[in-house]
Design a protein around this ligand. Sequence first.
Ligand SMILES: Nc1ncnc2c1ncn2[C@@H]1O[C@H](COP(=O)(O)OP(=O)(O)OP(=O)(O)O)[C@@H](O)[C@H]1O
Ligand SMILES: [Mg+2]
Length: 303
Amino acid sequence: MSFNEPIHRSENHRAENEAGNGSSHPDSIPPPFTDDDFLPSEAVRSIPAQPDRANVLLYIDQVSKWFGNVHAITDITIWANRGEITAIVGDNGAGKSTLIKCISGVHGPTAGQVFLDGKPVHFTSPEDARRAGIETVYQTLALCNDLTIWQNLFLNREMVNHWGPLSFLDQRAMRRRSAEMLSRLEVNIPSINARVRRLSGGQRQAVAISRAAGWGSRLVIMDEPTAALGVRETARVEELILRLRDDGLAVLLISHNFDQVMRLSNQIWVMRSGRLVGGRRTQDTSGKELVSMITGAQQEEAL
Ligand SMILES: Nc1ncnc2c1ncn2[C@@H]1O[C@H](COP(=O)(O)OP(=O)(O)OP(=O)(O)O)[C@@H](O)[C@H]1O
Ligand SMILES: [Mg+2]
């Protein structure tokens, strides 16, 4: 697998082109890295053994994303295995969402490289990432309230029948396939013809997860999927997440809920102030340790 090959940062610098991230002025390209950019040994010690090549689907190698002078993330190296739930935790502003946007094609990394299945990938848009099997469920779900469930499932992926020069949407096939997608995950919804506006928060999240899981995806990224949900709805969504894992997908889960992270995940990466401060197999850590890593208490104790 090629992700262990050295990466030359200078080759990976990209011009900034996202809206709201400053200009493409040369000043926005970060200066060369110095020794001060690297974390003290505490972080290095806490990172688990090297990835198991056979199981790693996603490998993120020294990725940074800087918006002008804002160093949202710097030098992040993490990985996610197939058939596992990998959690990313950290305080508000730690850089979690920025990191996943560098994977899902929203941002191009300022430096570093993303590997999928051992191959370097350079996504220029979320559609690009989707074509490679990476689906993202955002907290703001990006469902269209005025469309039905099946129309949302097929948004931008409509099935079309051709009749001579004419083409028609194959509504029947899309409805049938929608019912299959929802039943595979045992999603509890009134009808695939119901408008999303009428669904509860949990049902909407279930539709979004079904959409993410239904397109031959290999990696499903979830940014706070249950933050806005009640206890019962959270339990349903957690079942769906476990089902994706059991289907062999890699799941990347951002969550502020330690209980949830400890219950669901196999691997946990901890971020603080745009840096990786550690990684643990879930069975080898505790909520208490995670809190101390997130807040930096552990580092202070060590001093
Ligand atoms: N487009 C942007 N332009 C400038 N700064 C940004 C941009 N996006 C994120 N940032 C900054 O990067 C840092 C990390 O933000 P990010 O949204 O990744 O944090 P987070 O860990 O997801 O936080 P939360 O838990 O609150 O969602 C913050 O300081 C934020 O202000
Ligand atoms: Mg976020």
